[in-house]
Design a protein. Structure first.
Length: 479
């Protein structure tokens, strides 16, 4: 519909009036808050007047005609961009897309991204997704999407550009510390189906559970995995949170609760308003498992993963092994708006039970072990005189596997015999060796398994330690 110049002027004037009214309300709230804390009052009214003047000048004098809606949307985006990387304005289409993310099935590349030090950064790729398969890694810097620079690009804009029709390719340019120059990756978009929990077993009695992300069914899937491993006779557990970008807060609390047997504070939040100050504790609805526990983390462990690791570390319930986590410990509240859009607003920070701030600091592991890439492990093998495959096999072979080995006896004076039990053990060991190939590729997992393998031995040793009883003994032990 064509509007007369008068009608256009009225419409533009009305838009400016609405902007001034809305921003005036916000500024009044800001001024009130500032009065409470006795801070100098900025001249907000004059700033809003300048904003209105600029809007009017652009509408009447810019080289091309511009829509008022587009200008106001741009102003809102600029306003939230002045805050922090996780605060963003979500237009109606983007808000609908965001609501799909936590259902466990969504379209895209399979990466969690954030803005770190002003640069679009990969938090972690999700396993078995297009991004993971082409070799995208945590802390990769995305400097271009197609041919467009990501500098000054908002997080939401980046997400919108990375998503698209299933089966369509997108080119992203990555810079990694180990690269001499940026490298372009072509990734084909796909429907991302997140299987949040997977399980395995090592060394007969060591359970392994990997949580890839915290979606709405994670705690239920964890219960099933724990039940299955319990039936297999595990007595120790490894919880792998590496490259887990986080997800739902309630699921992080539920997962932590599975490893606690009494009421404990898990995490709390603190913001400017009283309603943002919340405490989340364990409960007795589900009996927590009491296995010795090691949690694996790395630079790709963020948000909900850091809540779980930080809580269980503070409560002396788990040993944390790996490298420092990402450090994303802020709370985002999604506030729906009247036109179907929403504001994703940072409203609080997360704190571990002991009061540690997760934001920026991350979680420091109890045992720091860097992940050694598989190709570097292979290079170490190649430096040996024996062929690589022979060295790999030697890690599994024992004396009894060698040709013409000397037979042993059950005890001195016994005759040689090979029981059915020994045959069954040999078969089980052979099957276990297949699973243990994982350990050759993952030195962090290997260390966790080794520590848990010696758990009972260490417990016996500490139980046998004598506590000093005399004053002289006490003085000696203190020196």
């Amino acid at each position: 519909m064509n509007l007369s110049p008068v009608d256009k002027g009225i419409k533009a004037g009305f838009a400016r009036f609405l902007v001034i009214v809305i921003l005036g309300i916000l500024s009044a709230q800001t001024l009130y808050a500032e009065e409470v804390v006795d801070k100098p009052k900025p001249d907000t009214y004059n700033k809003l007047k300048v904003f209105s003047e600029i809007l009017s000048l652009i509408e009447s004098n810019y080289v091309e005609s511009v829509e008022s809606d587009a200008m106001i949307d741009g102003a809102i985006k600029g306003m939230v961009k002045a805050l922090d990387p996780h605060t963003s304005y979500l237009p109606p289409v983007n808000y609908k897309e965001m609501q799909v993310e936590t259902t466990g099935k969504f379209g895209g590349l399979g990466i969690e991204i954030s803005i770190r030090d002003g640069v679009l950064t990969v938090v972690s790729p999700i396993e078995d997704t297009p991004a993971f398969q082409v070799g995208i890694k945590p802390l990769d810097k995305i400097i271009k999407i197609e041919d467009e620079s990501t500098l000054d690009m908002t997080l939401q804009d980046a997400v919108s550009r990375l998503r698209g029709e299933t089966g369509s390719p997108v080119n992203i340019t990555i810079f990694r510390e180990s690269f001499k120059a940026p490298k372009e990756f072509t990734i084909v978009r796909d429907i991302i189906k997140v299987r949040s929990v997977i399980k395995k077993r090592y060394k007969k009695d060591i359970g392994y559970i990997k949580i890839r992300s915290f979606s709405k069914n994670t705690s239920v899937d964890l219960d099933k995995a724990l039940s299955d491993l319990n039936e297999e006779g595990i007595t120790k557990l490894i919880l792998d949170l590496r490259n887990n970008p986080g997800g739902l807060l309630n699921q992080a609390v539920e997962v932590t609760d599975r490893f606690l047997n009494r009421e404990n504070l898990i995490v709390y939040t603190k913001g400017r308003s009283e309603e943002q100050n919340m405490r989340f504790t364990s409960h007795d609805k589900v009996a927590g498992v009491s296995y010795p526990l090691i949690i694996l983390v790395n630079g790709g462990s963020a948000s909900a993963s850091e809540i779980v690791a930080g809580a269980l570390q503070d409560l002396n319930r788990a040993v944390i092994l790996g490298t420092p986590t990402f450090g994303k410990g802020s709370v985002q509240t999604i506030i729906p708006l009247s036109d179907g859009s929403a504001l994703r607003l940072t409203t609080a920070r997360y704190y571990t039970p002991s009061g540690r701030v997760i934001q920026e600091n991350g979680i420091e592991p109890d045992i720091i072990i860097d992940r050694t890439p598989v190709d570097e492990l292979d290079k170490e093998d190649e430096n040996e005189e024996e062929p690589k495959e022979k060295i790999r096999l030697r890690r599994f072979l024992r004396e009894k596997d060698l040709k013409k080995h000397l037979k042993g006896k059950t005890s001195i004076g016994d005759v040689e015999q090979e029981s059915e039990e020994e045959t069954a053990d040999a078969a089980a060991e052979a099957a276990e060796n297949v699973v243990n190939e994982d350990l050759l590729k993952d030195n962090q997992l290997q260390q966790a398994v080794s520590l848990l393998s010696g758990w009972e031995v260490m417990k016996k040793m500490f139980k046998n330690l004598q506590v000093p009883t005399s004053s002289s003994d006490s003085q000696i032990s203190m020196k």
